[in-house]
Ligand binder design. Structure first.
Ligand SMILES: [Zn+2]
Length: 550
């Protein structure tokens, strides 16, 4: 038995598979929690002997107990905005989506807006985008707007009418109003045309995304309650501005923060900054750096971005999409010539940087900038390449040497991979998100959800990391598959390591924070196809039960 200090535990989970998530993948039978820490792990007999009169002892019936999940790249407040409406991830058909719209509008007042998002056409068995004709029968009295994961939305007739969009409305600059064969708007609004309905929407999605502070606070609260249902006890909130930092600080002060948060201030590459100079001041004038804060709320890395998205063909790359004869030009999000200087400045100021990179060229440029900063001033900053879809072998070696973390989201495979055969050449499917190669090269990997770009069910991501399959079964090839144990480590310890907190969380050693999740089954020897069905029975944060399934 491994044991930390002497106090009666308030909670014991026994007859379990307790995953310590140490390097040896140790699994023990039982765990005891005292105060906000792990008191001991060991056999059932050893741990149950520690029970006092007030100890609650739970028979896990052989199910797994894991460290709290660390969603180390996500957008929690935006997730909260999304949760106000319909979350469309994982809905398998347009017919099912329309029925869900009907269920929701039936509970609403006439005229109230229904919003939602996260769809991509490849998730629907109909194999196409939804139109107003699909939604109208289920929403005669309510405007409905459902966002695609990128650049497009679907509005029903009531929403088009509210926005004044008719067959005579011209396409706005930089956008297209989708039309049917008769020239009538079909409800699809591409790129800047989305703004036509956003302008008339009453709340969250319609107003400026950086609206009133209380809206942000409410969104965070809504999201954190739902995250706890999925066993998420820590997040890295990627890309924050002053109003968001303020909202988190207020929740922390009011003791209403129920999970642990690292904040990643927006830096170069973000047009959405409220204040372009804000992060420069964070670096220059306040003297802050990554790690400032406590175990509930901390400052993480600076967020940067180079390229765009994979499915929108705005990834900076050397290869061509299926059917394309050229690589289309598109604007980058920052000046690549200035990137090494910015990264060096952050690195020298004790900041980590997390850089959004998708294409092989973007990954290389970011890795070279960080590697250069590291060589000029060797030091451990836990820099990250976010998404990191294509990694050449020499780049992987640089990442391993300079300690650059691959912050990946297998959740995208679950959500999008079924549509990849139409988009990605065979080789780019097989080498997409090379988790196996990264781990084998000694690169630290984290797995996160990136909600609202994918669903926040971490077990969908685990399923796809292990099987390389999308929700409808398309497999990207198994060369880059990782094991359940490796995925679990990337989902728990990985995020803790990324924020330099692996000494207090991410594993279940005695003395670590008591952030613990009880699952509905064992992960030991689990059949791969069953991973996506894993559910959370109980989530404990800091020794307190924060969620318990009825
Ligand atoms: Zn993101």
């Amino acid at each position: 038995m491994r044991h930390s200090h002497c106090a009666a535990p308030q909670l014991i989970l026994y007859n379990a598979c307790v995953h310590i998530v140490d390097k040896e993948n140790t699994v023990e039978q039982a765990i005891a929690l005292a105060g906000d820490r792990v008191l001991a792990i060991g056999t059932d007999a050893e741990i149950l002997a520690l029970a006092g009169p007030d100890t609650r002892c739970i028979d896990a019936a052989g199910a797994s107990v894991i460290p709290g999940i660390n969603d180390s790249h996500c957008h929690m407040w935006e997730a909260g905005m999304l949760m106000e409406g319909i979350i469309t991830f994982g809905i398998p058909s347009i017919a099912a989506l329309a029925e869900e719209v009907g269920r929701r509008t039936a509970q609403m007042q006439p005229g109230e807006w229904l919003q939602g998002g996260g769809w991509i056409e490849s998730q629907f068995s109909e194999g196409r985008m939804p139109t107003r004709h699909d939604l109208d029968p289920y929403s005669p009295n309510n405007p409905v707007v459902l966002e695609r994961i990128f650049s497009t939305c679907c509005a029903n007739s009531a929403a088009l009418q509210a926005a004044g969009i008719t067959r005579d409305t011209p396409d706005p600059a930089g956008g297209t109003i989708g039309r049917d064969e008769n020239g009538e708007p079909n409800g699809l609004l591409f790129r800047s045309a989305k703004q036509l309905v956003r302008d008339v929407m009453p709340s969250a999605f319609g107003d400026s995304k950086f609206g009133a502070g209380h809206q942000i606070t409410m969104a965070i609260q809504r999201a954190q309650d739902d995250f706890l249902r999925y066993g998420i006890t820590s997040v890295m909130e990627a890309g924050v501005t002053p109003s968001m930092i303020h909202a988190y600080q207020r929740l922390r002060n009011q003791e209403q923060l129920k999970l642990r948060v690292n904040l990643m201030p927006c830096w170069h590459g973000f047009a959405i900054n409220e204040d372009e100079d804000f992060s420069d001041r964070l670096i220059g004038e306040l003297g802050l750096s990554s790690g400032f804060g406590d175990e509930w709320l901390r400052i993480g890395s600076l967020k940067m971005a180079i390229d765009g998205g994979l499915t929108s063909k705005t990834s900076l790359r050397t290869w061509k999409y299926v059917g394309d004869t050229t690589i289309e030009e598109f604007p980058l999000r920052l000046d690549l010539d200035r990137l090494p200087g910015w990264v060096q400045e952050a690195h020298d100021g004790d900041w980590g940087v997390g850089i959004h990179v998708m294409g092989d060229v973007a990954v290389r440029k970011a890795a070279e900038a960080i590697y250069g900063a590291y060589k000029a001033n060797p030091g451990d900053r836990r820099h990250q390449l976010i998404h990191c879809y294509y990694v050449d072998e020499d780049v992987r070696a640089m990442m391993a040497e300079a300690g650059i973390i691959m912050a990946a989201q297998a959740a995208f495979i679950y959500n999008e991979a079924d549509g990849y055969p139409k988009l990605l050449p065979e080789a780019q499917q097989r080498t997409f998100m090379p988790l196996r190669s990264a781990l084998d090269a000694g690169v630290v990997v984290t797995l996160s959800t990136d909600i609202p770009s994918a669903h926040h069910n971490p077990f969908w991501g685990m399923y796809s990391a292990v099987t390389r399959k999308g929700m409808h079964g398309h497999c990207l090839g198994t060369e880059e598959a990782i094991t359940v144990e490796e995925a679990l480590r990337a989902m728990t310890w990985g995020g803790a390591y990324m924020s330099r907190e692996e000494n207090i969380k991410g594993t279940l050693e005695p003395g670590m924070l008591a952030d613990v999740v009880l699952l509905d089954r064992s992960l030991v020897g689990i059949e791969a196809e069953a991973i996506r069905d894993v559910q959370v029975c109980m989530t404990v944060v800091g020794g307190k039960i924060a969620f318990e399934r009825a």
